[in-house]
Design a protein around this ligand. Structure first.
Ligand code: CAA
Length: 283
């Protein structure tokens, strides 16, 4: 299956990064969001992030211009029906994702592969609500998308080999590395990463260390590029909580219980960098 065009649902942190890497790799990109401001901001951010790569000599000015010209935006979800591959990168809430698929399905061409950038939700369950479970899979990027080398590919129980092979070839063309995960809650990266972040929040909650000492300990003591609380702010505390809830509900083990402090921050609307307040204050 020859994939030339990609439709991306959601122009937020993940969606704009995904559009960035696909456009640079030569795919035609159609980026969709419900909000014109989000689309406008996404184009500004992509331009700025590719310019950063130009400044550092990683991308030529001509390649940047060609990539930017390959990205189109639309407020109409139906327009994505004309693409070969759709990647849903909306909020990490199952009801939101399902509503998007429901609206999109009548417009899709029969050959279009449908994927979700979900970080934790069951691919098999999402696929079962569509008309193409054999052409549905998980296509999970890491944040920041232009920098992180990994893409997790997750097969649902019904995903066929052609679909998986086509997605694997796309990851290869993006110059990234695929890891294959079976369809269990939070897959591989977040199954391991989120309990660590949650434990860092417990460490703060129980007064074992301050925000600064927890982050510095993990940066200097375990060579992590960011401390766990800084990373949680970067990912979004609402996303971290949503993933812990998927682990807790899906695996029914108290070791995945979200820390009450994480819940409280989310209830306060302190979601990390995107709201300018989380474990750190960005105001
Ligand atoms: N677009 C393009 N390039 C970018 C970029 C972006 N958005 N953000 C950073 N960069 C580039 C910089 O230009 C720089 O490039 P060079 O190496 O060529 O100089 C490089 O990335 C490093 O950036 P900085 O020097 O600005 O900053 P840094 O050295 O502190 O690195 C970081 C920043 C890459 C984010 C690093 O701190 C890091 O790796 N943090 C951990 C990130 C991580 O763990 N991500 C996974 C989160 S989990 C996830 O995503 C899964 C999920 O479902 C929740």
């Amino acid at each position: 299956m020859d994939i030339q065009s990609v439709g991306i649902v959601g122009a937020g942190q993940m969606g704009n990064g995904i559009a960035h890497v696909f456009a640079l790799a030569g795919f035609d990109v159609l980026l969709n969001d419900v909000n014109q401001d989000s689309l406008t901001n996404a184009i500004t951010l992509i331009d700025r992030n590719i310019e950063r790569q130009v400044t550092r000599g990683k991308v030529s000015a001509d390649d940047k211009a060609a990539a930017m010209a390959r990205i189109r935006t639309t407020l109409k979800l139906a327009d994505l029906g004309a693409t070969d591959l759709v990647i849903e990168a909306a909020t990490e809430r199952e009801t939101v994702k399902q509503a998007i698929f429901e609206d999109l399905l009548p417009h899709l061409q029969p050959h279009t592969i449908l994927t979700s950038n979900t970080s934790s939700i069951s691919i098999t369950r999402l696929a079962s609500r569509t008309d193409r479970p054999e052409k549905f899979m998980g296509f999970h990027f890491m944040n920041p998308v232009p920098v992180m080398q990994l893409v997790e590919l997750i097969r649902g129980i019904a995903t066929d080999k052609d679909t998986f092979d086509a997605c694997l070839a796309v990851v290869d063309r993006l110059g990234k590395t695929a890891s294959t995960s079976e369809d269990f809650p939070a897959f591989i990266v977040n199954r391991i990463l989120m309990p660590m972040i949650n434990e860092a929040v417990y460490t703060l909650y129980e007064g074992v260390g301050s925000v600064k000492s927890i982050d510095e300990s993990m940066k200097l003591g375990a060579n992590h590029p960011m401390g766990p609380l800084e990373l949680a702010d970067f990912i979004g505390l609402d996303t971290c909580l949503a993933i812990m809830n998927v682990l807790h509900d899906g695996l029914a083990d108290t070791k995945y219980r979200p820390c009450p402090l994480l819940t409280k921050y989310v209830e306060a609307g302190w979601l990390g960098r995107k709201t300018k307040r989380g474990f750190y204050d960005y105001r």
